[in-house]
Design a protein. Sequence first.
Length: 756
Amino acid sequence: MKPRSTRKIAIIGDYLPRKCGIATFSHSVYRALSDDAADNECFIVAVNDVPEGYAYPPEVRFEIAEQDLSSYRRAADFLNLTDTDVICLQHEFGIYGGPAGKHILTLLRHVHIPVVTQLHTILEEPSAEHLHVMKELAALSARIIVMSERGRRILEEIYGLQADHLDVIPHGVPDMPFVDPNYYKDQFGVEGKKVLLTFGLISPAKGIENVIRALPEVVKVFPEVVYIVLGATHPHLLREQGETYRLSLERLALELGVRKQVIFYNRFVSAEELKDFLGVADIYITPYLNRDQITSGTLSYAFGCGKAVISTPYWHAEELLAEDRGVLVPFRNSDAIAEALIGLLIDEVRRHAMRKQAYLLGRGMIWSQVAELYANSFERARLERGNGVVLHSPIKPLEQEPRELPALRLEHLKRISDSTGVYQHAKFTFPNFKEGYCTDDNVRALQLLVMLEESGDATPDVQALATCYASFINYAYIPGTCRFHNFMSFERTWLDEDGSDDCLGRTLLALAACVGRSRRDDLRHWAVDLFQLALPSVTKTTSPRAWALGLKAIHEYLRKLSGDRTVDLMRDTLTDQLLVAFDQNSGDEWPWFEDVLSYDNASLPHALILSGRWSNRSEALDVGLRSLRWLMAEQTAEAGHFRPIGSNGFYRRGQQRATFDQQPLEACASVSACVEAWSATGDSFWLREAWRAFAWFLGDNDLHLPLYDARTGGCFDGLQDDSVNMNQGAESTLAFLLALQEMRLIELARHSIPKP
């Protein structure tokens, strides 16, 4: 055996004495890995489904409360401090807390150890939640272990995983001699009988009633048949329904006149006891009802120990029992079970040939062989990929040159756009037609493309997109109110009467960007006319955010048309309105314009910094800088990274702030405001703050997960309490792209300043 670097192994999952299949499997893996090499150190991180936990053996070093998200984080801290070489995660959706068991992702995100995940359930038609969990689980795992070729194919075809990321390792089985079942029968008082066996935790999904219904026909031919049903009722079923299912089986056997032929052993047996029960069986039966079962430990044990097997055709049985290594019968078909049983009991030559074929193949499934395959997988995980997590790099000090920014890519923006405009939402990476279009997003898209045009990055296809977005905005204009519709259905009908104040402000900002930055005469002429028609409407609103957006728009407009006295007077009006709002709501501990920090917060101080700087109003500049400095302090986590106000409740004065869901819009607004503060003051503090906010997109955040998807050019829709929202909608993607363009421009400006 070649030397290994993997010595200390942590197994995460359910564990004995908890009564479940995963617990038994985890114990078997622990025993196999501990026996595989004398200097291996294995320990268990066990998951508890009851508050009191279990009387665990010494190898259990840490316990996780299934529904307590914080305990997963504590477990990660424990693992990081134990010098563990590799984590072997036993995964089944139902054993971890949260929707689709996603609490386990919190642990995986915070460990700095290679993770090898063994999948016990693989869904061929996953829900959106299950798909999200599985994809992130795969991304956080250095390697994935499946126990069948069918599982490997599903992961490649349905989930898009790469073959070199996957290891197929069969379910381990005990090492038993190939013996005549009659050797064991006297131990159970069934000598001279033909013994049928089903074992495992008992629940309705096992289909045991179908075997009982088959027995009357079998007994007619073989009156000496007995059917042993071995196993305790599943603990979850027992807590909810008691022994209702088992009692129904007993009543059924009584009604059919086969009660004497059915023997119930209502207990959870040890591995050693199980060997004896397997030894006594002539035929093993798995009459399960669910086709989508990718692995069965009971089937593996019976097969590997050389039993003749009759099974319904769930996935694992189809694969393991192919080529006459067993008999497959239709689901819920007692007649077919009876026919298969009678046929195998009559044809002893076929039955014993089937047993021998199974036993020989099972030699490669014994735990000592499987342990070697695990060890190889662990070595690959450590040597090839680490733990699969792309850890973010710390932000470089300002003195270190050059700064590294991602490439600006528009592929995803193009993907979620059509000839009408940009779609509001996406399902993962493709547009969600059902949610239609939003003017807010089309104006953000137009603003971005005009900024690209100004910097010389506008290719012909970008100019075509700009025309598309401008056409959408033009159609959204409402002449009667000089405002803009905001929501349009996929069928191209408007869903609102008069738009929102924020939509008005954002549209003015995009129009003004066309005026101040575009080189296209058609865009500038169109934008000037529409801007002048709509601008007076913003002074009639009562929204400080709309006033701030209006002020930012006026600044863009006056870059090109600074002599427009009417617009200049409106700048004074909106500046005064914002200052009044600040005076009425602010205090020493709350220097802010409202009694709540909600969304797009940094736009408010940003507007006053612009207005104060360019209209020589020192009070406005001072208020803008003071409120922005306070906001950035409020948006700083204990560890120093950027933490925007969560949209799941916001932050009301005097109340507890919401931490999640964190939105890309907040990072974008903060980047833009800090860039403007740096331009106004030359203080490098603001440049560091801009970089800190931008780094949130790249993974310098509460979960250490990137929001920017470098593969697509899109941005995820937000940071939740334990994951990212995997959808890549328009607002989030445009927020990232706008922030990136701001950072690109400011870096160019910094490098163009002559050094002293």
